[in-house]
Design a protein around this ligand. Structure first.
Ligand SMILES: NC(=O)c1ccc[n+]([C@@H]2O[C@H](COP(=O)([O-])OP(=O)(O)OC[C@H]3O[C@@H](n4cnc5c(N)ncnc54)[C@H](OP(=O)(O)O)[C@@H]3O)[C@@H](O)[C@H]2O)c1
Length: 393
């Protein structure tokens, strides 16, 4: 059923219908149910918009997915939330009180997975998320990351030495205001520290009850395998979207073999896949890292527009915005991934949440992929020094 009936201004209509759909989706779990997902046993309605924090027990039902296996498994809402942009890398930090309220609305909407990291801010994002989600302590999970050397407020490269992992764990526990870190990711592989030592340190932290689960970010298949042999890995978090499909060949077979979950970051291409960025978009120097990314030069933004146009052409008759289509594509992956789109705007959050109700047949995805393949992308995702920090180099 198309969600949009306004061919003149599909985006405005998408936003309007997205909010309505979001409400229907939350109140009617029957709209969902693909991929054998589970639903929380609650029929509570939407939380109020009055600024009052709903009791967490009234959180509405969203479909769930399980990342990882056995003792390492982690059941979360099918769509998570990336918190980074509220304090870091997406322009000047918006008003803290408004971000706190938005995080609480996201939790009230039934999202249970919130992603942050020590380096976001640094520290500021963990502090914000910890404060905002303290009332939801028993109903949501905050995941965070270690692995950078932060000196005088600046990231000085990787540091996954055991003593640093322990130091970060203690500090993150305090900033997040939790008794144990639900999922502790190594943010980037550290060439100076064997991955077995990293996994062993997190294993000890798990034994001590300070951490519940272990994750990796942007690690290659060999590293994942070695880490998993020491401490079962719950999830790999890496970039994955219609714009960056490298993980499909680089790591998915290993993840599938070992029963490790996957959390795609930058699922709407750092904003590009929403159709809202164009050659004249100005990114703030110092606070928006897109300014230094090859895909966000004015030339690349212009050259890649046919890719966005293909998303608009495919989504419009189906009532989906480019952002919803991009998220729906991820949600339909057979691997059962859990994307963590980030936003600083409530309307965008509702738009993204409504992607859960998209209903696209598998054959139609093939059509979309063929249309996108006709518009090869220009500009790499990271400059070489940042790409070299990942396991994709
Ligand atoms: N492990 C890692 O190394 C790593 C790296 C990067 C990110 N991450 C995690 O992944 C999360 C998401 O990544 P990301 O923020 O880089 O990329 P993203 O989620 O793909 O894109 C976020 C950007 O898209 C915009 N946006 C989102 N929904 C929108 C909508 N419906 N309409 C218009 N614009 C929309 C946001 O702007 P508005 O605020 O204006 O909506 C923001 O600028 C982060 O918060 C972080 O937790 C992890």
């Amino acid at each position: 059923m198309p969600l949009s009936d306004d061919p003149v201004n599909p985006r405005r209509n998408f936003l309007k219908t997205g909010a309505v759909l979001g409400t229907a989706l939350l109140a009617s779990p029957v709209l969902l149910g693909s991929c054998g997902e589970k639903h929380a046993e609650t029929d509570a309605g939407l939380a109020s918009n009055s600024g009052h924090i709903s009791p967490p027990s009234l959180a509405p039902s969203l479909p769930r997915r399980t990342l990882g296996r056995g003792n390492a498994s982690f059941e979360v809402s099918t769509l998570g939330f990336g918190c980074m942009g509220m304090s870091y890398h997406r322009g000047p930090a918006p008003d803290r009180k408004i971000m706190r309220q938005l995080l609480q609305k996201v939790a009230e909407s039934g999202v249970t997975l919130f992603d942050t990291a020590e380096v976001y801010g640094p520290f500021l994002n963990e502090e914000l998320v910890g404060e905002a989600l303290a009332p939801f302590k028993n109903t949501v999970a905050i995941t965070t990351k270690f692995g950078f050397d932060i000196q005088a407020g600046k990231d000085q490269g990787t540091n996954s030495r055991p003593e640093n992992i322990r130091k970060v764990a203690e500090a993150s526990l305090k900033r997040l205001r939790v008794d144990a870190i639900e999922l502790f990711y190594q943010h980037r592989p550290d060439p100076k520290v064997p991955i077995e030592d990293v996994a062993g340190t997190v294993k000890d932290l798990i034994k001590e009850g300070k951490v519940k689960r272990f994750g990796l970010s942007e690690a290659d298949a060999g590293t994942i395998r070695k880490a998993h042999a020491v401490q079962p890995v719950t999830a790999l978090q890496s970039e994955y979207s219609l714009m960056w499909r490298e993980p499909e060949t680089a790591v998915f077979p290993t993840l599938q073999e070992l029963g490790i979950g996957f959390v795609p970051y930058a699922p709407v291409g750092r904003g590009y896949l929403t159709g809202m960025l164009h050659a004249d978009t100005k990114f703030y120097p110092g606070t928006d890292n897109r300014l230094g990314l090859p895909r966000f030069t004015p030339e690349a933004l212009k050259a890649n527009y046919p890719f966005v146009q293909a998303l608009l052409d495919f989504g419009q008759p189906r009532g989906l915005t480019p952002a919803q289509l991009s998220l729906a594509w991820l949600l339909a992956r057979p691997e059962g991934v859990v994307p963590i789109p980030g936003t600083t705007k409530e309307a965008h959050f509702h738009e993204n949440l409504a992607a859960l109700a998209a209903n696209i047949a598998p054959g139609e995805w093939t059509q979309l992929e063929a249309a996108l393949a006709a518009s090869p992308l220009q500009g790499s995702r990271y400059p070489p020094e940042q790409e070299n920090q990942t396991g994709q180099k």
